[in-house]
Design a protein around this ligand. Structure first.
Ligand code: SF4
Length: 309
């Protein structure tokens, strides 16, 4: 692994604000799932491309470098979840854990709220899906293994690239992608269904065919049950912060991004089409399925702000 000089402090000063939540499950519209659950609000991983920055902007909260430095910790989330799952009206629909914040961000090491929620989901044998970049998930393999035996469980590990420089500069708070791959392997060995989400792919950076192939091959070697990919999208709030990171580290790409994302959050189809074809070709070449059990892209629309509760 190439050593890359630190460009941002890996550990930020983070304030934890402990709060009591009134509800644990959030209804979600226009997505492939109906319920989300976020034990934390805010994410210490502070990815430059995080779509939650756009929501923070709309909610008049900081979406720049200050994002992810104050985390709201829902200390009673597991007991609230238990009472919600016990309701007669609950139809045992899939609950997606971590749609708006990473359930295995550093706070989880201290507060263990994700673990507590998984224990409740296990108790009720409730179908569950989860998306994370956090290898800390391995700590909970006992609960996850039991949940997988009782109900449908699917985990997606976000691994956009294995390139050290791109990872370091765009994901200042996450564990190295190779640690995530080790976690994928351990979960698969424990009989858990784990896929890889190669997202977001960054035009002119992580869209190089050899970098895409690295992820596809590594996902296959780790035993991932599927792989999906999506190009970067930049909504207001995310856009300003991402462009500042781009300008700091890859200024030569700024004009290209300004052209590609001018007046729009999503790349026009023809920009990303060849990359998606390359992903499909490499997936087929290396025998990786495109199975995508829970789609977390496109991101939620403004009316879905409840995702962030
Ligand atoms: S891990 Fe996910 S929620 Fe957290 S900052 Fe990165 S993209 Fe956002």
């Amino acid at each position: 692994m190439t050593e890359v000089a630190a460009v941002e402090p890996r550990l930020a000063d983070v304030a934890y604000e402990q709060v009591e939540c009134k509800s644990a499950l959030n209804p979600v519209k226009n997505m492939m799932f109906s319920w989300s659950l976020n034990p934390y609000t805010g994410c210490e991983h502070r990815c430059a491309f995080c779509y939650v920055r756009a929501f923070e902007r709309r909610a008049d909260r900081p979406s720049d470098d200050r994002y992810g430095r104050t985390i709201r910790v829902k200390v009673n989330v597991a007991s609230v979840l238990r009472s919600e799952l016990a309701r007669k009206s609950w139809k045992k629909e899939t609950v997606v854990v971590g749609a708006a914040t990473d359930p295995y961000q550093p706070a989880e090491g201290r507060f263990k709220l994700t673990r507590q929620c998984l224990q409740v989901l296990r108790e009720f044998s409730n179908p569950t899906a989860m998306i994370t970049r956090g290898p800390m998930i391995i700590r909970d393999v006992d609960v996850l293994g039991e949940l997988a035996r009782r109900a449908e469980l699917h985990i997606t590990f976000s691994i956009p690239t294995l390139d050290d420089e791109i990872w370091r500069r765009t994901e200042p708070g996450t564990a190295h992608p190779r640690q995530r791959l080790k976690a994928v392997e351990k979960l698969v060995t424990a009989g858990i269904d784990v896929g890889v989400g190669m997202a977001p792919i960054l035009p002119g950076l992580s869209d190089r065919p050899e970098l895409i192939e690295d992820v596809v091959k590594a996902a296959r070697a780790a035993g991932a049950t599927g792989l999906w990919a999506a190009m970067l999208h930049l909504k207001d709030g995310t856009r300003e912060h991402f462009m500042s990171v781009l300008d700091r580290h890859w200024p030569e790409l700024v004009p290209r991004y300004e052209r590609a994302y001018r007046d729009r959050a999503y790349l026009p189809q023809f920009f990303g089409e060849s990359t998606m074809h390359e992903v499909a070709r490499l997936r087929s070449l290396h025998g990786v399925s495109d199975r995508r059990r829970v789609i977390l892209k496109p991101p939620p629309e403004p009316e879905q702000l409840s995702l962030l509760n």
